[in-house]
Ligand binder design. Structure first.
Ligand code: CUA
Length: 189
């Protein structure tokens, strides 16, 4: 080895090689990230997450879709399942939701005061709730059982105590329970 004859030269060559390796790795990571940004940017621009629907916060409790009697799970004449709920500091209404498994369920929700949000257990049911706007999405639940639904947008001092429960029933159980009931929830009476 020439390490004894020219140690400075050898260590410099090793350093240059190591730097070049790092430059290649970092360059590849940057290229990958930029490619991801371009792909997701174009993809979402072509498919916006949802349309914009507004609602008047001041009259929310008095009239329209989000009055108290209309909250909870409804089964339409066409069999479509819709869950309506509102978020407020620091609770959801209803506090306990009932949904069927293996069935498309449409959520329609809004906030009465500040920005809230929710996620249901480990499912993809996840949205922000912004006052003045209706958040809506449709999803299916694969597993029956009970899930927690915490608020996931910091909304004030009571944020960490803000959560609801969701009961996912089998489609048959849900159907039996919803028969003759206009709005379904599992809030204890
Ligand atoms: Cu509501 Cu955090």
């Amino acid at each position: 080895m020439s390490a004894t004859s020219a140690p400075g030269h050898l260590s410099e060559a090793i350093a240059v090689a190591a730097e070049r390796r790092w430059a290649i790795v970092v360059g590849a990571i940057l290229a990958l990230l930029v490619a991801m940004m371009v792909v997701t940017g174009l993809h979402w621009a072509a498919m916006p997450p949802s349309r914009v629907e507004t609602v008047d916060v001041k009259t929310l409790h008095l009239a329209g879709e989000f009055v108290e009697g209309n909250l909870g799970t409804a089964v339409g004449a066409d069999g479509k399942v819709t869950v309506r709920l509102i978020a407020q500091q620091y609770s959801f209404q209803p506090q306990c939701l009932v949904v069927p498994a293996d069935t498309p369920v449409t959520f329609r929700a809004t906030s009465t005061d500040t920005i809230h949000g929710f996620v249901i257990g480990t499912t993809n049911a996840n949205t922000m709730l912004v006052p003045g706007f209706v958040s809506t999405f449709t999803t299916s639940f694969r597993k029956t059982g009970e899930a927690l639904m915490p608020c996931h947008e910091y909304c004030g001092a009571g944020h960490e105590a803000m959560w609801a429960r969701v009961q996912v029933l089998s489609a048959a159980d849900f159907l039996a329970k919803s028969r003759g009931v206009e709005r379904l929830s599992c809030v204890a009476r």
